[in-house]
Design a protein around this ligand. Sequence first.
Ligand code: NAD
Ligand code: UDP
Length: 340
Amino acid sequence: MADTILVTGGAGYIGSHTTLALLEAGHEVVVLDNLCNSSLESLRRVERICGKAPLFVQGDIRDRAGLDALFAAHKIDAVLHFAGLKSVGQSVSQPLEYYENNVAGSVILAQAMAAAGVFQLVFSSSATVYGEPAQMPISEDVPTGTPTNPYGRSKLMVEELLQDLADSDPRWRIALLRYFNPVGAHTSGLIGEDPNGIPNNLLPYVSQVAIGTLKQVSVFGADYPTVDGTGVRDYIHVLDLADGHLKALQAISQRSGVSIWNLGTGVGYSVLQMIRAFEQASGRPVPYQVVDRRPGDIAECWADPTKAAQELGWKAERCLAQMMADTWRWQSGNPQGYAQ
Ligand code: NAD
Ligand code: UDP
């Protein structure tokens, strides 16, 4: 298994939890992040948790000279590529920013990797590449669909260009990890998700209502053909996701070409089920109001995680109650996120 790992976007939500898991597993970690959506405090806290720190380089994946200098200074064995922009709404109003960071940034990173002779890459993709799937649960052989926004299209474009790259040169060993809905925080309550401004995603929004920062949750539609009319998603604990990355790294050291794995639990929960579970975990009321559907949303989406279980020996271990308890511990201990 590779031993020095470059983690792009390693100061962010999923990147910081995965950096911690890598350090705990004995890897050397170099984090490259431009801090456009994160704070160095996350990595200081990673060090508090495990007593080890990653090497931090403040820089941008679009900066080829900076990448070349990084690869020259450190003998990197593999890259976990989290860096990118992730707000669906913002991607609609600023599409070029999204294509530049997510698509052009990934191209430049891959070029710098090839120049440095580094060919192992794990890419953060998303279940959004399936578009509106005709069947549930979603297995990896369900064809990719038509994502409904520039963010989703940027993820699909990167998946496709990485496939082309691997077809062109057998030295590449690439994992495309399609995340379902990452939630939760480290059990210490020291690191977690720290969204900028008003959260777009359900659970950060719910937890800010529970703490009193926001007044009530807007439930986007209660007329879907689901268990209670609200949208159903496959929420996965960020610590399970982090473990999945370590398993994927191990796997691609043994297999060439592109491998695709869903990272989900295989179980879906509705918006109302999530709100109730959060009320239970926090002991706080979470008032909500049903409003119109959010454009672009699908009714339901959950993973068939069989392929990851068979090929990686990985499955999500943490239940909904733990996702909620860990989110609440982080939220209540850090009401302003890292900014305090
Ligand atoms: P995040 O915003 O917390 O982390 C992304 C990190 O990348 C941030 O620290 C940011 O500062 C950095 N970054 C952004 N553009 C950069 C650039 N050009 N150069 C260097 N650093 C840059 O997001 P996250 O939730 O941790 O997501 C990580 C990855 O997983 C992203 O690629 C995201 O699209 C993908 N993903 C996330 C979710 C989710 O719900 N959180 C779901 C599916 C896929
Ligand atoms: N949702 C909601 N209110 C919110 C945010 C989200 O009702 O303030 C719903 C959304 O319609 C979807 C689910 O919660 O059914 C998960 O949405 P999220 O944005 O967290 O993730 P997505 O699956 O859209 O990537």
